[in-house]
Design a protein around this ligand. Structure first.
Ligand code: GLC
Length: 559
């Protein structure tokens, strides 16, 4: 494991210590790890990735818990093998089955690998799961990069940059040029498969006809990951990639009627791609937007004819200020909102969005621990969506939108609410689920998004990689390790489902696809990050001290 060249890794605990650590209860080991962690971080202050895992303890622990599986190379689906033979135990790991499944999902275009299909589930109609989804490809891309196979990532970035230039129409309306596709597939133009072209979906055929706002943001984040990983700037500096970035960001930075730096979105414009009440300014998009802007600053070439990079830097500050001021929630802040006055007027108003305290849902008072906090789902006039969304919060940590203290608080909350957020399968896409009349009104009675299913409080194995990434970033690997153990108990046996249902995520999802590629790749990235924390550099940005929110004082303008 190479974290930084100088100085060499300091710690290899004695064997007795390793055994002791591996056998500790979670609480004990977390206290011990925290002490060791502090010591190590102290010594590695100068490294970009300063968080270190006691890999010897990790490996030992993982080997104790890995489930043996039959290798799918033999042609059968991977399944858990009951054996006591320790050699077999090490030979066929969950990871073997996952690599095999990932390999099978690769899509080729004109002889080159360009992406991975969303799922290969022969038991159901393909619908659009036979396509390469941009967001779904991210964990696959990271797994390939970390495995030293960057060419598929490069091909993907170049082909999607080409797709972006196509004219996109929904009925008679032309979409912005910067829009990236939600997904694409290879079209074989004649029966002999001699000519191939790409068919892309920019939202014009998607359920609900929504353009994916997240695709372009992920594209920029992936371009940085590729550049960091390969140490090759030439792709990012190519005219194709420079143009693609500019087109994406021009869309996001275009002037409108906004009174805030957050990006206004339609429902269903991201991973949660159906009506779920995330319209407005969803945290998932704001965090991705923030991260993409920060990545772009490092990738864009300055152009003497415009001040684009300067505009981006200004937006980063404004967005950070906005999200810190209005989205961050912890016990103390909740209490402040609970005591909000309403109908304030003027610049000194404290309750800027005129949120009525009676609109605070009951569940949040129990859910909010004394230790912990998170960025809430959405803020707009008279509306705070208090739901906890996984992706936005974890991207906030990876992008360093969250301050050090906030990042720790987000993970504290995950630990405090382990049963609710992780339960029997990491991890909840959002919490809690909507039920009854609220579900009817907000989702439009969507039968796929019933309570604790799919996007409505379902559990998505793909999110494991984000949990592991943030745990590794914050030097709290015991959280990652515990979650990986939970996943390893079932993922292969259940054939890598897309999502799980139920309050604790116990049941394979009602309509979940099997062999869902991002469930496969998410697990692999989690393992690669645990095995070598320096892999984190591809997806983590360090804190550059961007502006934080000021302390708000109570308004005098309340009549
Ligand atoms: C579903 C998910 C979406 C994902 C797609 C392909 O539509 O909601 O997030 O990208 O499937 O897996």
């Amino acid at each position: 494991m190479v974290l930084c060249a100088d100085p060499p890794l300091p710690i290899k605990p004695p064997e007795s210590k390793i055994t002791e650590l591996a056998n500790k209860t979670t609480y004990e080991s977390s206290v011990m790890e925290q002490k060791t962690r502090r010591h190590i971080i102290e010594r590695y202050r100068s490294c970009e990735v300063s968080q270190v895992i006691l890999s010897e303890v990790e490996n030992r622990h993982q080997h104790q818990t890995l489930e043996p599986v039959k290798s799918p190379i033999s042609g059968c689906s991977p399944s858990v093998e009951s054996t006591t033979d320790t050699n077999t135990l090490h030979k066929h790991t969950v990871a073997d089955a996952a690599w095999e499944a990932l390999k099978k999902s690769i899509v080729h275009f004109r002889g080159q690998p360009i992406g991975t299909v969303a799922a290969i589930d022969k038991s159901q109609g393909a619908l659009n799961y036979d396509q390469v989804f941009m967001r779904d490809f991210i964990p696959s891309a990271l797994a390939f990069l970390m495995k030293g196979e960057p060419s598929i990532v490069k091909n993907f970035l170049l082909e999607t940059a080409r797709l972006q230039l196509r004219e996109k129409m929904v009925d008679l309306f032309k979409l912005g040029q910067g829009v990236m596709p939600a997904s694409f597939k290879v079209h074989h133009c004649n029966s002999q498969h001699k000519t191939e072209s790409l068919l892309a979906d920019f939202g014009e055929t998607a359920i609900g006809r929504v353009a994916p706002v997240d695709s372009g943001l992920w594209w920029i984040i992936l371009l940085r990951a590729y550049t960091i990983w390969t140490r090759d700037n030439s792709l990012a500096e190519s005219p194709e990639c420079q143009r693609a970035m500019r087109l994406i960001l021009k869309l996001c930075l275009s002037e409108g009627f906004d009174t805030s730096p957050a990006l206004l979105c339609a429902d269903g414009c991201s991973m949660v791609d159906r009506r779920m009440g995330i319209y407005g300014y969803p945290i998932e998009i704001q965090a991705l937007f923030f991260m993409a802007l920060r990545c772009a600053v490092t990738l864009l070439k300055e152009d003497r004819n415009d001040d684009f990079v300067y505009q981006i830097s200004k937006r980063i500050k404004a967005l950070s200020y906005h999200l810190h001021t209005y989205y961050w929630l912890d016990f103390q802040r909740l209490n402040e909102i609970y005591r909000y006055k309403t109908e304030e007027y003027s610049e000194t108003a404290l309750n800027k969005f005129n949120v009525i305290p009676e609109s605070i849902p009951d569940w949040i008072f129990d859910f909010m621990p004394s230790r912990g906090g998170y960025f809430i789902g959405n803020v707009s006039p008279a509306r705070m969506d208090f739901r906890w969304f996984c992706l936005g919060n974890f991207i906030a940590i990876l992008s360093s939108l969250a301050t050090g203290k906030q990042a720790e608080a987000i993970l504290d909350l995950v630990e405090e609410r382990w049963e609710e957020l992780i339960g029997e399968m990491p991890m909840k896409v959002c919490y809690p689920a909507m039920e009854n009349q609220e579900w009817q009104i907000v989702t439009g009675s969507d039968p796929k998004n019933t309570r604790w299913s799919y996007h409505n409080g379902g559990s998505w194995p793909v999110l494991l990689w984000l949990l592991v990434a943030v745990s590794v970033k914050l030097g709290r690997p015991h959280i990652a390790r515990k979650a990986v153990e939970v996943v390893e108990k079932r993922l292969v046996k259940d054939e890598f489902p897309e999502y799980y249902d139920g309050k604790a995520g116990r049941y394979v999802g009602k309509q979940a696809r099997k062999f869902q590629t991002w469930s496969v790749a998410g697990y692999l990235v989690a393992k690669l990050l645990l095995d070598d924390p320096s892999n984190l550099r591809a997806v983590s940005l360090s804190d550059d001290g961007h502006i934080r929110a000021p302390v708000l004082k109570r308004s005098n303008s309340f009549p």
